[in-house]
Unconditional design. Structure first.
Length: 113
């Protein structure tokens, strides 16, 4: 099952056409070049970068994917992940000594579910 975060991380290019991108993913049309950022199914990792063409056909229905970001290519996806990492680090820096810290994975699970 494919689900989307209510707070998707997008580039300027994908923000303009996110509805069309979602439609192509949901109808299993796939898209060459577009990269999906998903929460990793491996609990030791944070993100997975998936080429959107893997959603073509029925192969993608074999596992759950929670999409939290979309970029137009691999380079843009890496830049978006860097921005997301900086967001988490800023969050951590803003905590007081007595505040409980959460891992980056926990932060994005909480923010993007």
């Amino acid at each position: 099952m494919i689900t989307y975060s209510d707070n998707l991380y997008l580039t300027d290019k994908t923000r303009k056409k996110i509805d069309k991108i979602k439609q192509k993913i949901d109808t299993r049309s796939g898209m060459i070049g577009t990269v999906i950022i998903a929460l990793s199914q491996n609990e030791k990792d944070v993100f997975e970068l998936l080429s959107a063409h893997v959603f073509k056909g029925s192969i993608s229905t074999r596992r759950d994917v929670h999409i939290i970001g979309v970029a137009e290519n691999k380079e843009a996806a890496m830049s978006l992940v860097a921005d997301m990492t900086e967001e988490y680090l800023s969050y951590i820096e803003g905590l007081n000594e007595n505040d409980s810290r959460i891992t980056m994975r926990e932060y994005f699970i909480k923010k993007c579910r």
